[in-house]
Write a protein that binds this ligand. Structure first.
Ligand code: HEC
Length: 181
């Protein structure tokens, strides 16, 4: 019997081999592998991320601090866009072009809010009233369930995207505004 056979030489070699392999693999993962780079994330996924980021910003807008929700304000428009996405885009489309998936089979069809004439007028006050009462005989229902401040934000958003903006009378709005609450 040779001394070499007193221990399992094949086993030792296999052990040393597998240990060094794991060690090399560890070194590779820890030090050499580049990992996942955000720059490699496909565009669609990044749009999602920025949409979440901007909706995060929307949530942080404290409308209770804004007294005159009808006075044009970039932050209110962005806030209104978020509300529009949730409540209106199914029919009116994300950009208000009247092409939302739920609006396809409606008669009359949802209005393209960017182009075309208003049935009930395009001043802030008139748009606000449309949201308050809806349009009888159509699937445009009243949105009185939304807080008045949210409806004002919607009015601002619509006026920011439409090509048919009717001029507002600021003084009249200041008297009408608080009564809309
Ligand atoms: C269930 C589908 C539906 C939803 C949801 C909806 N609308 Fe409408 N909307 C319509 C339809 C249909 C019309 C067109 C009615 C007509 O032509 O008589 C319309 C018309 C309008 C008009 C045009 C009024 C005018 O004077 O021409 C405005 C403004 C409007 N919607 C805003 C909104 C806003 C803001 C929301 C979300 C709070 C909303 N809509 C949600 C279906 C919808």
């Amino acid at each position: 019997m040779q001394t070499g056979d007193t221990y399992n030489r094949g086993g030792l070699i296999a052990f040393v081999f597998s240990m060094s392999f794991s060690l090399l693999f560890f070194v590779y993962i820890a030090l050499i592998h580049p990992g996942v780079d955000l720059k490699e994330v496909p565009d669609e996924a990044r749009v999602e991320v920025s949409a979440t980021a901007s909706s995060g910003a929307i949530e942080t807008l404290d409308v209770s601090k804004i007294e005159k929700m009808w006075v044009p304000n970039e932050k209110v428009i962005a806030y209104g866009q978020g509300i529009f996405k949730t409540n209106c885009s199914a029919c009116h489309g994300e950009k208000g072009m009247g092409d939302g998936p739920a609006g396809k089979s409606l008669v009359p069809p949802p209005r393209n809010l960017v182009e075309g004439k208003w049935k009930q007028g395009g001043t802030s006050q008139e748009l606000f009233k449309t949201l308050q009462t809806g349009i009888p005989g159509s699937s445009m229902v009243a949105f009185k369930s939304l807080p008045a401040k949210d409806r004002w934000a919607l009015v601002q958003f619509i006026r920011s995207i439409t090509k048919n903006k009717s001029a507002d009378d600021a003084k009249k709005l200041d008297t009408f505004g608080p009564t809309g609450e």
